[in-house]
Design a protein around this ligand. Structure first.
Ligand SMILES: [Ca+2]
Ligand SMILES: [Ca+2]
Length: 261
């Protein structure tokens, strides 16, 4: 309010707007006009009374100085406001960067989902079956257990695990009278069964899925033991361990998470 009072003493031009409406630009004009008047009053042939001229000049000088102080204050305020705006812009910029990162993530996730969707459609068009959120492939060819698993891996899947009675029944029905490899093996450590897709093998819940007297790791007299498991119609499609090199059909499973369904 001191500023306003100072300003109100500066009635130097009729054209000047009301003090509270003035912005920096017009205040500068006020100062310029005051300085102009000062210059005019200092010119020798423009004043008859030297004492009056001196008095006017001093008053104009005061007014000009007051104007300069006021402008400095204004500039200080503008500078502080600019700093504040800069801080807010920095915040906006940081928020924008964060949003950009999230958009990139959404875009990548959408791209991945589209890729999985295309993969699922391609598999279905090639005869894969959809059951319980998983995709299954029942081969027409016959291969060793190893070669069968390699085929499945090439299709982003594994030889199938069997996790429930319903899944066992689904597989049994779809094999249509042919023996098929599943992803169970004790290669490596005899009697230590594992699912090749990483599913935990549980001896207790799996007991009912083995065919009678299996697994028996039968020595077939040709130097081979039985370390790979197939399901066979002769055993009501229950599990039997056989020699891994025997050519057989096979079943791949692309599990729920992998299929993205
Ligand atoms: Ca074995
Ligand atoms: Ca056997």
């Amino acid at each position: 309010m001191a500023r306003d009072n100072i300003y109100e003493n500066m009635q130097v031009t009729e054209a000047a707007p009301q003090p509270k409406d003035l912005r920096g630009q017009s205040k500068l004009q006020v100062v310029e006009e005051a300085v102009q008047k000062l210059q005019v009053s200092l010119q020798p042939d423009n004043a008859s009374d030297a004492s009056a001229k001196g008095s006017d000049s001093l008053q104009l000088l005061d007014e000009a100085q007051a104007g300069v102080r006021m402008l400095k204050d204004q500039l200080g305020n503008v500078s502080a406001a600019y700093g504040e705006i800069q801080i807010r812009l920095d915040h906006v910029s940081a928020a924008y960067g964060e949003i950009q990162i999230r958009l990139d993530n959404v875009s990548a996730a959408r791209g991945a989902a589209q890729g999985r969707y295309r993969d699922v459609l391609t598999k279905l068009s090639r005869g894969w079956r959809f059951y319980g959120g998983n995709l299954y492939y029942f081969s027409q060819e016959r291969k060793s257990w190893d070669a069968s698993e390699r085929f499945c891996v090439s299709q982003d899947s594994h030889l199938t695990s069997v996790s429930s009675q319903a899944e066992q029944e689904f597989l049994s029905k779809e094999t249509k009278g042919e023996d098929h490899w599943i992803g169970l093996t004790d290669l490596g450590t005899e009697g230590s069964w594992r699912w090749v897709d990483g599913t935990e093998y549980r001896a207790d819940t799996s007991r009912g899925f083995w065919a009678r007297n299996q697994p028996d790791n039968w020595d077939q007299g040709i130097g081979g033991r039985e370390d790979c498991v197939h399901i066979h119609p002769l055993n009501r499609n229950l599990w039997n361990d056989v020699n891994c090199t025997v050519p057989s059909r096979w079943i791949c499973k692309q599990a729920h998470g992998q299929a993205g369904l």
